[in-house]
Design a protein around this ligand. Sequence first.
Ligand SMILES: NC(=O)c1ccc[n+]([C@@H]2O[C@H](COP(=O)([O-])OP(=O)(O)OC[C@H]3O[C@@H](n4cnc5c(N)ncnc54)[C@H](OP(=O)(O)O)[C@@H]3O)[C@@H](O)[C@H]2O)c1
Length: 234
Amino acid sequence: MSNKAALITGASKRIGLFCARSCAKLGYDIALHYHAGQKDAEQAKKELETRFGVQVKLIQADLSDPNAIETVFLKAHNSLPTLSLLINSASLFGKESIIDSTASSVVSQFSLNVIAPFLLTSAFAKRVGNGHIINISDAKKHHPERSVYNTSKLALEAFTEQAAKELAPTIRVNTIALGSFLPPSTPPSQPAINDTPLIRMGTEEDLFKAIAFLDAAHYVTGDTLHIDGGRHLR
Ligand SMILES: NC(=O)c1ccc[n+]([C@@H]2O[C@H](COP(=O)([O-])OP(=O)(O)OC[C@H]3O[C@@H](n4cnc5c(N)ncnc54)[C@H](OP(=O)(O)O)[C@@H]3O)[C@@H](O)[C@H]2O)c1
């Protein structure tokens, strides 16, 4: 067992798995949360254990259910008591505008994108008491039409600042706001690269460098690190 462990939500594939690989590379054991992607999660566990020699515990849960959060946290903490890092990556990228939205689309996106990180942060603060939390957000704050998603990510960044103030000096809380890394399942009308001053997609290595920086940057809290090729400027 390593002397440090990280809980990462939505980590069976895509950005969450990039985060899990980054943490494993930094020597963290991993509590790898997944929702529906059991096969992906099992494959990720095998890969991380073989490549990096870390322990990986799988935790399945629907994080849009606020009542599930405490159990997820306890499972992670009980199986990996050296837990000192939480990365909130699981998210719903809904496509509803304000007019198209329904009560259920608003509740499901806010539950996963804001309430779950809030409650996990609260559990981390109560039970771990010191360490670091990274909330994964989006550098593009105004995706056309995706008003529910956009608003949820703005709320998540506001929460990061609130938590950083309230939980200092023992817990640091930061946001990594990503530009375009992986295309969504519902592609945008305009290729994201046209919207990126550095004219390329982000890579797993770009994200690793950001996580490694924040992991070592013990004087940084309440900040938003844009890893986005300048996309937030557009
Ligand atoms: N992709 C990009 O280029 C990009 C750009 C900007 C920001 N981001 C941010 O990066 C993060 C990850 O993005 P992504 O593109 O990898 O996301 P994604 O593919 O849309 O989904 C991420 C994960 O969320 C989990 N999830 C979905 N519904 C859930 C639920 N009800 N309960 C618990 N987990 C649930 C899924 O787990 P299962 O697969 O196990 O169901 C999935 O692996 C997000 O916060 C997103 O805003 C991504």
